[in-house]
Design a protein around this ligand. Structure first.
Ligand code: UD1
Ligand code: CA
Length: 512
């Protein structure tokens, strides 16, 4: 589940604002069903969108009501669901519904379980379903604020009501909810549907649940029958129409999962754009719910921000970048990059085609360029790893430059070792720094060196064989080749001989 493990805030015991006028005693979230149409080994309510499980989104909305108890009814895949809830919302209670005998049965056992735990239930009881991730706290608050009767049903007017329970109204009040399977043709044409979410008067709910039968096409105890029972007893039932029908959209299969994810993406992106974030192509930018962005961040197309990623003002991210639980400092640029659990300082330059793995930390003004992979390493302020390098388990001091194609050889086949490179060091191109090894401040290494021993500050380390030139070799060994012809043309007077000369640019480093 990875990122969907991020903790959800516990409802605070004190009201922070006047938005919630009636604090529910309990929110009961129904999530025992199988979710057959998902065709998944993962229980439906654990599928993630925007970095949070479906049921996690519902819990977050429920927490907005600051209820005394949140209880989730689990059944199918309960071990995984309970484990997930313990991780993301340990303050949530769970009750197991062994057999899915209907939504009414599910609410009944949840209430019984709550009372069995000694809970006092005197405020409203809100019932939700675990597969409606687009439900917002504001919509729920609106329903609870309006709730002033035996039951308030959250409804929506939709163009295609197929599959939903229909709301039967008498004037402004609701007289019954009829399931599609049990409805007449006239009832089926009603376009106001039951979201499956309600606020109930606790005592009246308890009394009605005791009277539920299962005499219907499914042989189940329908929670919706409570509404008919209440109105038959002369109690008033209201409807609260969701301001946005998407709020109550359920997820039953992968196509609806994708639809819900796209709607959530649009909502999240709209919010950030209103908060001062520029997006060149919002339809291709995917931002998890736990991301934090400052004003004047620019997100370019195909950017995916996952987990608790935070990006500071002035930073430009993308195109083609995925950041998983990363921090990006102010005014930095991150282009065509995949980064996970990495920290990028201010004014840093990353990419294109850079891979930052967990523990990569780039200082202010640092650079990680094309085809560079960095893990568990610190790159100091203004230090640069510009091209084609692997940096693992290392500390690179400020102002240091790592030449192209350098490899920090951190693994001996059994253990990982650390490399420490001081400040203002110049590591020559194509160096192998074989850990554990230290390069002192201000030192140089010659290009192509294999550095196995510590280098003192200010030294030049040369760790490679000297070059030999065997003159005339091509003419003797490949006489008919194009290379031989080219060689002849370049130096027509060259005589084939076995003369060998040593030519090594490191000679110029000598202080003889
Ligand atoms: C229910 C409503 C319907 C409404 C629709 C909205 C009833 C009888 N009907 O129908 O009016 O339009 O939701 O989506 O309530 N569940 C349990 N235990 C059970 C049965 C269900 O936990 O024994 C859970 C399911 O996992 C699901 C939710 O309750 O999350 C709704 O159950 P489902 O069987 O999908 O009801 P619908 O037929 O969709
Ligand atoms: Ca359903």
């Amino acid at each position: 589940m990875g990122l969907t493990r991020i903790r959800l805030r516990r409802p605070s015991p004190m009201r922070k604002d006047g938005a919630v006028t009636k604090r529910p005693s309990a929110v009961i979230i129904l999530a025992a069903g199988e979710g057959k149409r998902m065709k998944s080994a993962l229980p439906k309510v654990l599928h993630p969108i925007a970095g949070r499980s479906l049921v996690g989104h519902v819990i977050e909305a429920a927490a907005h009501l600051e209820p005394e108890h949140v209880m989730v009814v689990v059944g199918h895949g309960r071990d995984l669901v309970v484990e997930h809830l313990a991780e993301v919302a340990p303050w949530v209670l769970t009750v197991v519904q062994e057999e899915q005998l209907g939504t009414g049965h599910a609410v009944r056992i949840a209430l019984e379980d709550l009372l069995g735990r000694g809970a006092t239930i005197d405020g409203p009881v809100v019932v939700l379903t675990g597969d409606t991730p687009l439900l917002t706290g504001e919509t729920l608050s609106g329903m609870v604020a309006e709730h002033d009767s035996a039951c308030t049903v959250l409804t929506a007017r939709v163009p295609d009501p197929t599959g939903y329970g229909r709301i039967i109204r008498v004037d402004d009040a609701v007289s019954a909810i009829i399931e599609e399977r049990d409805a007449t043709d006239a009832q089926r044409s009603i376009d106001e549907i039951n979201s499956g979410m309600y606020a109930f008067d606790a005592a009246l709910l308890g009394a009605s649940l005791g009277k539920l039968g299962s005499d219907n096409s499914q042989g189940e105890e329908y929670l919706t029958d409570v509404i008919g029972l209440l109105t038959a007893d002369g109690h008033r039932v209201q409807a609260h129409i969701a301001p946005d029908a998407d709020d109550i959209r359920g997820v039953n299969d992968r196509a609806q999962l994708a639809d819900a994810a796209a709607i959530m993406r649009d909502r999240i992106n709209l919010r950030w754009m209103r908060d001062g974030v520029t997006m060149a192509d919002p339809a291709s930018v995917w931002i998890d719910v736990d991301v934090e962005l400052e004003p004047d961040v620019t997100l370019l197309p195909q950017t995916i921000l996952r987990g608790p990623t935070a990006i500071a003002s002035g930073a430009r991210v993308g195109p083609g970048t995925t950041l998983v639980s990363c921090e990006v400092g102010a005014d930095s640029e991150v282009i065509h990059t995949w980064a996970e659990l990495a920290v990028i300082g201010d004014n840093a330059q990353v990419g294109p085609f850079t891979y930052l793995r967990p523990g990569a930390q780039l200082g202010d003004g640092a650079k990680a360029g094309a085809y560079v992979e960095i893990k568990n390493s610190t790159v100091g302020d203004r230090a640069k790893v510009p091209h084609l390098s692997y940096v693992g388990d290392a500390e690179i001091g400020e102002g240091t430059n790592i030449g192209a194609a350098t490899v920090f050889v951190n693994y001996d086949g059994r253990d990982k070792h650390r490399t420490v490179v001081g400040r203002d060091v110049r590591v020559g191109s194509d160096s192998m720094l074989v850990a554990p090894v230290e390069i002192g401040d201000g030192a140089y290494t010659a290009a192509g060196s294999v550095i196995t021993d510590n280098v003192p500050p200010g030294a030049m380390a040369v760790g490679r064989a000297r070059q030999r030139n065997i003159e005339g070799w091509v003419e003797r060994r490949r006489p008919d080749s194009s290379s031989a012809a080219a060689a002849r043309a370049a130096a027509p007077s060259n005589e084939a001989s076995d003369r060998v000369t040593n030519v090594d640019s490191t000679d110029s480093f000598r202080e003889e």
